[in-house]
Design a binder for this molecule. Sequence first.
Ligand code: ADP
Length: 346
Amino acid sequence: MSDKPEKFIDENGLRLDGRQINEIRQMKIKIGVLSRADGSCYLEWGNNKILVAVYGPRELHPRRLQKADSALIRYRYNMAAFSVEDRIRPGPSRRSIEISKVSREAFEPVIMTHLYPGAVIDVFAEVLQADAGTRTAAINAASIALADAGIPMKSLVSACAVGKVDGQLVLDLNKAEDNYGQADLPVAMTQDGEITLLQMDGNLTPEEFKRALEMCKEGCRQIMEMQKEALRNKFADDHLPIEVPDEIVETLDVAATLEDVVEENEGDEVEVDDSSEETVEEDPELESEVEVETGDADEYAAEEPEEADADDDILEVEEESVDLIDGEAGDEDEGVANEGSETREQ
Ligand code: ADP
């Protein structure tokens, strides 16, 4: 470990690495770097180099670990043996277990786990090169990798730390500031500023703590911009994989079927199947339902039983298509395990 510097901030107010006190280190982001993972991200932040792979949602084994009403999130933070000057002993340590736990908790409020009961979402964060702030760097990368995997989240999560050196608060600590500073306050937050991780080493007065949080907030805002920008670039020309819940797919399918019938009946010249023409024209109630339904699929779904009496032919077709969808989604073997890979293929 290098010796403690005499001063951390020079007469011009600049830090040892030339940054202003409220300036974050340069960040580089690459998305989708691992072909086997459902989502991945390589992130450099100053001299930190982090690789994150996300797998899932996939079926959790052994089944006894499954949660009936939501997906389980697992987060593993690991430092490669070669990531620091001294070799790090492979395997979990107290520190890595703690960081894994708090990082998982940083994502639990935002990941919509209720959509995937019985499933697991695995996040593997590998620190390839460490230079202070690795837990926050890994969270920033994990957030992007989760988005890359198409996992529904209420918000991205961004993280950075504020510390204190020479009696001054500084944003995004470098190695010397982290090792010899008077405080270290890593924070993760959502787009709305909801804090999902907050830890603290050292001492800060209440006033300093308040100001430090404000600095973290600004740092996280800047980082989130970079995360979004990277994601926008990645998906600019792609279709965003959107997982539509089955009940909405059913509704849309019913809507599509009826929309076709209405369209066919709109033109005088168009030849249509007699039975459906009669039904649509002779049942003003159905016609008004169809109008409502084409504008608002949810409202129509609520009225579906009435429509069953009105038009058996149409309903038969609908039921078949609904069955088909159910059949696909309900296949136990494929089930949740395939959802992630399906998403990726899109
Ligand atoms: P963070 O990396 O989130 O700031 P710490 O404050 O615990 O976490 O660590 C600060 C820095 O100290 C790390 O980024 C890393 O560069 C270094 N470090 C951490 N653990 C070890 C270790 N076991 N051996 C050598 N250096 C380490």
